[in-house]
Design a protein around this ligand. Sequence first.
Ligand SMILES: Cc1cc2nc3c(=O)[nH]c(=O)nc-3n(C[C@H](O)[C@H](O)[C@H](O)COP(=O)(O)O)c2cc1C
Length: 307
Amino acid sequence: MKVTFAFQFNKMIVDPKITPIPKLHGYLLGAIGPRPIAFASTIDKDGNPNLSPFSFFNVFSANPPIAIFSPARRGRDNTTKHTYENVKAHGEVVINVVTHAMVEQMSLSSTEYPLGTNEFTKSGFTPLESTLVKPFRVKESPVQFECKVKEVVELGTEGGAGNLVICEVVLIHVDEAVLDESGKIDQTKIDLVGRMGGNFYVRAHGEALFEVAKPLQSMGIGVDQIPIDIRTSSTLTGNNLGQLGNVESLPNETDVNDFKLTELADIFVELEDDVIALEKKLHEKAKEYLSEGKVDEAWKTLLSFND
Ligand SMILES: Cc1cc2nc3c(=O)[nH]c(=O)nc-3n(C[C@H](O)[C@H](O)[C@H](O)COP(=O)(O)O)c2cc1C
């Protein structure tokens, strides 16, 4: 009997060559996520509309603007999907993004309806004429990408094989409701959903959204330049070290001292006789500053220990 799993240092090892495809599919989809969803609108050779979601999807280039999604061969019976056949017959597609308000109807549209079924009608979405391509846009979607298919790359001939539909975006429609004052897409307004493993989705909304300062704006010192006693702290996490390593330089001694006298005096008075507790307390205080995005204050707190 073939062994599909083995354990090595607390990790289950999965060898794709000997793992049944449905199981392998589960590991790939359960770990690679959240995945954006291309709600792909196509037409068949007779001009009938088709609408289906695909989470094997992303953007790969801005110049030229290229998005790729993959209607795979069915694992069940190795047949191909209507969307794949449609883009082969008529090389145009509209990729509509999926918001939380659309998720149930979008899911309904993924039902395996017979060829020629109009999933706009089945799922209750409103078709809108496109400007440069034949397939309809989905009115309820706040961003619609009109695309010309550049190439379809078949990755295999067996069930489960992907078919990469390489799309060049020729026109983008963005709903005013998701824009900020400067005309950019406001991430707190667009309310996108992503696909996870099994029946799980995520909603990019509220507390699920957070910002990370771009390292490209400055040349961070790097985690390796953080003093060893801070780098090996049992209080600070990997995320904390990433934040600390993203500064261009450390605060100078005068600033650290001023901060110590004004902001940390209580801690130093309270724990002046217990160096170990003092260091721990300062690391906790720095962690608190980091959770509020106050990296400079965190550095001054950490450096005040040896000051
Ligand atoms: C959120 C979501 C994402 C999906 N992603 C994919 C995918 O990336 N590739 C795929 O082949 N099927 C995917 N499916 C299943 C297809 O949508 C489904 O097979 C659909 O019926 C295909 O329709 P068609 O035959 O009209 O093209 C997904 C379904 C859902 C609900």
